[in-house]
Design a protein around this ligand. Sequence first.
Ligand code: FES
Length: 103
Amino acid sequence: MTSYHNTFPASDLDDNSNKAIVINGKSILICNSGGDYYAIENMCTHQRAELEGGRIRNCFISCPLHGVRFNLETGKPMGQMTNIPLTTYPIKVSDDGIIQVEL
Ligand code: FES
């Protein structure tokens, strides 16, 4: 059964930044791109590097290891290095400003 999990205040995450958290034993990366929030698996589908710290621009995150760019909304990669999308998770901000992720 899936349910929304409280994470941390949205005000803690600056624009174009990301932060990894663990929910139910899974590492999930919460991202802020232009004030919109996204939740993705924190594991690149190319060679399994962590995506935390990757550069975010215009709804894409770049893997810190070899630079594959993934769409934060769909998880789809760009380019030739991998065609496996990231898992994405529903995300919302509660009335009191807490980011919540559905898992
Ligand atoms: S491990 Fe992410 S691009 Fe290679």
